[in-house]
Design a protein. Sequence first.
Length: 132
Amino acid sequence: DEYRQGYPAALSLGPDGAPWLLSALCGGASCDATRALYHLRNNRWVDITGLRDYPEGLIYQGPTLPVLFDEAGTPWFFMGMMAFRIVDNRLEQPPAAELNVWDATVDAAGQIWVIANTKDNSPALWVLEVEK
């Protein structure tokens, strides 16, 4: 698949101040044919792998949220009905309930709070449990 850069879809800053960018990629007649996730390290954009391991339509389910960082500085990315940790520049799906995340934020203690619903339930407020 040949894709070219499209436009920025979401941006956040990591604990070290480095930007993390979700970018729309253009291909064929579409300029949001798929998306890619990057972060800046040593003045180079590093591609986060694993995003294309999931069906392309999954990235468009729900709102586009920026990468969030928990108390340990671990990046989290939300896509479709899944929450992912980013470990060694790759998406890793932790064992968790499938949550359709509508919004998310991090509190001063580094806990990630989400407004989400499970498959057949109304949205509720959740706190993601992170391994220490």
